[in-house]
Design a protein around this ligand. Sequence first.
Ligand SMILES: *Cc1c(COP(=O)(O)O)cnc(C)c1O
Length: 379
Amino acid sequence: MPLKKLLMIPGPTPLPQEVKLAMAREMVGHRSKDFSALFKEIIPMLKKCFQTEGDVMVMPGSGTIGMEAAVANIISPNDKAVVLNTGNFGGRWTKILKAYGAQVVEIKYAAGQAAQPEDLKKALEENKDAKAVYLQHNETSTAVLNDVKALAEVAHQHGVLTVVDSISGLLTADLPMDSWKLDVVVAGAQKAFMIPPGLAMVAVSKRFWDAQKNSKSPKFYMDLAWYKKTYDEKGETPTTPAISLIVGLHEALKLILAEGLPNMFNRHERMMRAARAGARALGLKLLAEDKNASRAVTAVSGDFDCEALRKIVREKHGITLAGGQGDLKGKIFRIGHLGYAQESDILVAYSAIEQALIEMGQKIEIGASLVAIQKEIVK
Ligand SMILES: *Cc1c(COP(=O)(O)O)cnc(C)c1O
């Protein structure tokens, strides 16, 4: 019998049955009344997820297209931008900004460290001509949750736009866009939205539109004003939307709003606690400190080959864990716990991890992580 599979990477995540069935439906025309009606329902639902009254645009493409749109629509060549680089995805902001000819002031942090408001304050005082600050809500590569509220406050005091990649963060931890005065928040389909990859959601503030009008970077497909105009005037998308993904998104949004954001944040926080309790019980190291621990993914290391561990867990137990990215390749493994995931998944993963560690000759006490996790769950 083929192994039952459990995907525990920080996106794509497993899909709820409701989403899979909805996505199997026959095509509808994207200029039809039926599709327009569906799309009109989706936008207000998305606004609830971003906790904003501003505009939300849905772009076909992976999350990165939303990041690029957040650069192309703000930055003109030679504009200055500050990047808070807490890992691989922070580095992606720098690369995109440079591709658009921006002058980048990058503050780079060691793996596992969160961005510090004092550092941003200093950078903005030294660079008074900076236009925007680019950061991650949840840095997936190092499993760090940044204090977006505090960072955005500093940005706001200095009159720069705050652009947040929350591709893996949104819905896993609170991010009230309007009350924290964020100007752009980017999310992605395949993370906590529980649908397959292929959509980026970009939420923007009024201040963003002022900057957008003046941005001189060339853009066509990525011109967010085109999206807004077509939504507002026709209730349609500018180009052919990814219809099946949008239909799946509609189902996922129903599930998300039925659970409710506070419950969703709580579920992710509980999974984070369980994953950390398991690692500690086995004497493994956690890359991020408790105070900036990601709710979406946990990065773990130990005195063994993490890639060998992942191979055993995948091949013998059907569970896919993520490896390290960039410099962290081979040095850590990451347990994804976002979207369609629950505490019992963490237990199953640690049972496989324990068995693999024993197979690899590690001296651990069998069941130690399972006891610790269950104690955490019933607490
Ligand atoms: C997954 C992810 C991305 C990249 O998204 P793609 O869909 O691969 O383009 C960007 N930023 C963060 C924080 C992510 O977790």
